[in-house]
Design a protein around this ligand. Structure first.
Ligand code: SF4
Ligand code: SF4
Length: 147
């Protein structure tokens, strides 16, 4: 891949990654696109997801315009370190910043972009509703377990 060093995540620190390498680290699990809130020190995830998230392939339909929404946060090193509660425990950025390894199902490890979904580690494995900007019946809002 252009501008991506082979096995860069084993050789470089997060702060030294170029843009292409940073983007390649995202496993597209979609878990950071879930509505969530803080309860004490714990992050509680709900079954409400951003209505720009396409569940078919766990992609953002407005990725290059996402910051214009006013609520979407660009995941950068500052977010990883100062707002880790926005990200699930499996997030590749979090894992590497903690000195851990990428999980075996990460697309960079498998060479298969579909391996995160196939392994059950994406939002596709969770029952969610996609009506963030619509009127939501409070009775349909549930908290979900996300690791
Ligand atoms: S949680 Fe991390 S790895 Fe998963 S989609 Fe969000 S930024 Fe990418
Ligand atoms: S705008 Fe895109 S990246 Fe941001 S929360 Fe929604 S689906 Fe996720």
């Amino acid at each position: 891949m252009e501008n991506i060093e082979k096995e860069f995540w084993k050789k470089k620190k997060l702060k030294d990654l170029n843009d292409a390498e940073w983007e390649a680290l995202c496993d597209h699990c979609g878990k950071c696109c879930v509505q969530k809130f803080q309860q004490g020190s714990k992050t509680v995830f709900t079954n409400i997801i951003c209505d720009h998230l396409c569940l078919k392939d766990i992609s953002c339909s407005i990725y290059h315009r996402r910051l214009l929404t006013g609520y979407c946060v660009k995941v950068d090193l500052n977010v990883v370190r100062e707002m880790p509660f926005l990200l699930p425990g499996t997030c590749a950025y979090k894992l590497l910043d903690q000195g851990k390894e990428l999980p075996a199902w990460h697309p960079l490890m498998t060479g298969d972009p579909g391996s995160v979904v196939a392994s059950g580690n994406s939002l596709a494995a969770v029952s969610v509703i996609t009506e963030m900007s619509a009127m939501i019946d409070p009775a349909r809002i549930e908290t979900i377990e996300i690791i």
